[in-house]
Design a protein around this ligand. Structure first.
Ligand code: HEC
Length: 438
């Protein structure tokens, strides 16, 4: 402290002055924290104002130096991501110095203008599609995935550059997806709009031709952007939206009415953004009871030309530990493009800073590890061999892979399951060793 004031006297300028909230901290908090730390969002307290932030000063320091906040799980040594949430070393130093100096407010005149949010949205939606009625969530018990067809009234072909799904009741919405159902799709043809249907029911029947994932929600994911070098998501005229929602009961009866907001392209797009609906995937996985480091590998092969990889969102359940994406090129070369820890509470998507071209024939191989031992505090039952399934106590090994493709590409040909994903289910795996020995 003494040395700082001496330096101040000597230089006569405020270069060593302690950072203040208004001048130094607020700009960082606006950029990195307010997305979640504001009323109505998922974080437990607000960081909009000095009064909000002051009581949390010590907790902020410890959360940022331990890298618990902002939530981000990609291995820093692999890849660069446009939506990287991490603070820079300089930002961490500023926040830490502010806390150490007693968290001063500073002059209000130094504060940047407040970051604005339109009715709670992180995007400025041109169209909002909401479930027409409440879904009633029972106080207890398992709730299977619900599918709710909502008439969307797209009166012309639309191109979407950003989407955000917002839960009506964040306590009970575990995660959800907004799926485009084109007018010619047979899927859910007999469903009554607004009614909820479970997987396997008669109203769910029909081929899912042409369907696409428009938006997703889960804690920490945020809004999704589809404008990568002029790309957008395609919604054919006359499409409806299917809300596919995983609710969890919380001990009291609750209701939910969720919605999705869309931003439309201002200009006709040059390329199409397409999201694989949950592949590559290991539907054949087996995770032995008690295994603390079970490996499961899955794979798809790119079946068309002019595909670029732009987004990776791993999806595992409660036993997941980590996830890696390797590209095996037709030339024989290979490259790891993503590696990250898995955290069930934070299902984050990673937007590549630079799209990666995937020549036809490239294999996308994903490698995940699981802790099915009693040491995993999230493990619902370490005594069972675990197979693929929807519920959290089952497992998944899949990824939502975002691609930019040519406008004319037939999306049914983009990915074909290959390698480990085609093996019959064994007692464990499929593992990398099993695939590489072939
Ligand atoms: C993507 C959403 C999100 C972002 C971005 C985010 N937080 Fe959080 N934060 C949360 C949630 C949710 C919790 C409560 C759950 C938890 O502790 O994991 C939380 C908890 C915290 C806590 C309490 C930690 C504890 O141990 O109790 C602190 C402090 C905190 N955040 C600070 C920050 C700061 C500072 C930033 C920005 C530099 C930030 N957060 C960015 C969502 C977020």
């Amino acid at each position: 402290m003494y040395r700082v004031s001496a330096a101040l006297l000597l230089t006569g300028v405020g270069v060593f002055a302690a950072p203040t909230f208004n001048k130094d901290v607020l700009p960082i908090v606006q950029k990195h924290c307010q997305e979640c730390h504001r009323p109505g969002e998922i974080a437990p307290f607000s960081l909009l104002t000095y009064t909000d932030a002051r009581p949390w000063a010590r907790a902020i320091k410890s959360a940022i130096v331990t890298e618990k906040m902002p939530p981000w799980f990609a291995d820093a040594r692999v890849g660069h991501f446009a939506n990287d949430r991490r603070l820079s070393a300089a930002e961490i130093a500023t926040l830490t110095a502010w806390v150490d100096a007693g968290a001063p407010e500073g002059d209000k005149k130094d504060a940047p203008p407040p970051r604005t949010f339109q009715d709670g949205w992180n995007i400025k939606p041109d169209m909002i599609i909401e479930m027409p009625k409440d879904f009633h969530v029972a106080a207890t018990g398992t709730i299977n995935y619900q599918n709710i067809l909502v008439n969307a009234h797209f009166d012309e072909d639309k191109w979407v550059v950003a989407a955000e799904m917002r839960p009506g009741n964040a306590k009970v919405v575990h995660h959800m997806r907004a799926i485009v159902r084109p007018p010619d799709s047979a899927w859910m043809r007999s469903a009554v709009p607004g009614e909820a249907y479970e997987e396997g029911s008669e109203a769910m029947a029909g081929a899912k031709e042409g369907t696409d994932l428009l938006g997703k929600y889960n804690p920490g994911l945020g809004a999704q952007t589809f404008d990568i070098d002029g790309s957008a998501k395609f919604v054919p005229k006359g499409s409806d939206i299917v809300f596919n929602i995983h609710y969890t009961s919380v001990g009291t009866p609750e209701t939910d009415r969720s919605k999705v907001g869309l931003v439309f392209a201002k200009n006709p797009p040059k390329q199409r953004y397409w999201m694989s609906p949950g592949t590559p995937a290991a539907f054949n996985l087996a995770i032995p009871a008690g295994d603390s480091n079970a490996e499961v590998v899955s794979e798809v092969t790119v079946g068309v030309d002019t595909v670029k990889l732009v987004y990776i969102q791993p999806h595992l359940h409660l036993r997941g530990k980590d996830y890696e994406v390797r590209l095996l090129y037709p030339t024989g070369e290979s490259e790891t493009v993503f590696k990250g820890k898995w955290n069930f509470d934070w299902q984050i998507g990673y937007q590549l800073a630079k799209p990666i071209p995937l020549p036809k024939g490239t294999r996308i191989r994903t490698i995940a590890h699981y802790d099915n031992s009693a040491n995993n505090k999230y493990n619902p039952d370490p005594t069972k061999t675990i197979l693929w399934g929807d519920q959290n106590w089952d497992e998944m090994q899949s990824g939502f892979i975002g691609l930019v493709i040519d406008m004319k590409t037939d999306v049914t040909q983009v990915f074909k399951a290959s390698g480990p994903s085609l093996l019959p289910r064994g007692k464990f795996g499929p593992t990398l060793a099993a695939v590489e020995s072939k």
